[in-house]
Design a protein around this ligand. Structure first.
Ligand code: SF4
Ligand code: SF4
Length: 389
């Protein structure tokens, strides 16, 4: 029998859009004081180099449907909504972070995105890192060279010298952030779930709009401590009968309301994320003991379990660790429409989850529109019925 009591959001909770808008003013003030800003879209871009250049990395707007019709004037309609929104925000000049960026950095992850960057470059200079799609020695050497070239590009555009000590310092600071975020995400291991997955994912994404890295860590550490204290005082020793879900697949910020919030309102808890706003980028640190900082960065970033990598068996292995470590009862995979790499890889994920782990699996293909909201709700409700808890 499922419990239907949702975990409440805290009073001071900011939605992703509220946090994004609150960040506009902070960014404007930083620019007025001379801040250098690098806009980016993807976890593969080594932020450490941006910090080492004395600049601020910022994630560019890509998660709502408003600019998509404008983007479709130049891009095919059957393209992933994240790519169309990224370009649409730039084209319609409605992403202040794009406006304030001195440089935009792209990467050759999927085909649609890498070709979109050619159009984006006509609006603002877009430097593209050539990401190899395998993890052998040749790929590692190539990617290391790309990392060195990106450093040189930053030196050139900002007229600075980036030393290895600068990079080491940035590695330490970013590693601290990864540890802090991972500790926060690992709250999902507790039973009953101590907070909603909706809150958890929103806070991780919204954190990127507080541009001071140390302050961002302090905010998340404070929230982690609050959640643990509340859980120990009120919940410890009272396991829940609500199904515990793992969400995997494409970036979900643009569909968080209609899938993650919806499934939690239907009576489940989303406790783990194999996604770029979840554990995926944070689980492996940059090796601080590696004397070659470029090699250390190249190894860490090449290991990100994104489906653009081929093969990408390590993603399945990590999903297995999440299933065991977070006591997962079912897996929901989110595929953004026309995302071929995640869509094809879903075949392996489904087989792994259902056959090797013996759990129910639901694949939801969607875009940023609200037109399939009712249908998704029906599918989520039916999925929860299949979970034996
Ligand atoms: S899912 Fe892959 S391509 Fe998309 S942001 Fe994450 S690492 Fe980048
Ligand atoms: S979700 Fe898929 S298609 Fe969209 S940008 Fe990421 S990898 Fe590319």
């Amino acid at each position: 029998m499922m419990e239907n009591t949702n975990i409440k959001l805290p009073d001071n909770f900011e939605t992703y859009n509220e946090a994004r808008q609150a960040g506009f003013l902070r960014m404007k003030q930083l620019k007025e004081k001379g801040a250098k800003v690098v806009g980016m879209f993807c976890s593969f871009v080594p932020m450490e180099l941006v910090y080492a250049a004395g600049a601020l990395p910022v994630g560019l707007c890509a998660f709502t449907e408003e600019p998509i019709p404008a983007a479709e004037a130049n891009l095919p309609r059957n393209l992933c909504p994240l790519i169309k929104a990224s370009y649409g925000f730039a084209l319609t000049d409605t992403c202040p972070y794009f406006y304030f960026s001195d440089l935009v950095v792209g990467e050759t992850t999927c085909d649609g995105k890498k070709k979109m960057f050619e159009l984006l470059d006509e609006i603002k200079e877009t430097y593209v890192m050539q990401l190899p799609h395998s993890r052998d020695d040749a790929a590692l050497a190539f990617w290391k060279d790309q990392i060195v070239r990106f450093k040189e590009k930053l030196e050139d555009i900002f007229q600075v010298t980036i030393t290895e000590d600068d990079i080491r310092d940035a590695i330490r600071r970013k590693n601290r952030e990864r540890r802090v975020m991972l500790k926060y995400l690992e709250l999902g291991k507790l039973d009953p779930a101590p907070m909603s997955g909706y809150e958890m994912g929103t806070r991780v994404d919204a954190g990127s709009f507080s541009f001071d890295l140390d302050q961002r860590c302090d905010i998340i550490e404070k929230r982690t401590a609050e959640v643990i204290a509340e859980w120990e005082a009120n919940c410890k020793g009272k396991p829940s009968t609500r199904p515990r879900l793992l969400v995997t697949g494409c970036p979900n910020a643009g569909v968080r309301e209609k899938i993650i919030r919806a499934v939690e309102e239907l009576g489940a808890d989303v406790v783990a994320f194999d996604t770029c706003n979840g554990n995926r980028e944070k689980v492996e640190l940059v090796d601080e003991s590696n004397p070659d900082v470029y090699d250390a960065l190249a190894r860490k970033y090449l290991n990100i379990n994104c489906s653009v990598m081929s093969p990408n068996d390590s993603r399945r292995a990590y999903i297995g660790e999440l299933i065991d470590g977070y006591s997962i009862d079912g897996v929901v995979e989110i595929i953004l429409q026309s995302c071929h790499t995640y869509d094809v890889e879903a075949h392996f994920i489904k087989r792994f989850v259902t056959q090797e782990k013996g759990l129910p699996y639901l694949n939801i293909e969607t875009d940023y529109s609200q037109s399939d909201k009712g249908q998704i709700n029906t599918r989520l409700a039916a999925f929860l019925e299949t979970i034996d808890k």
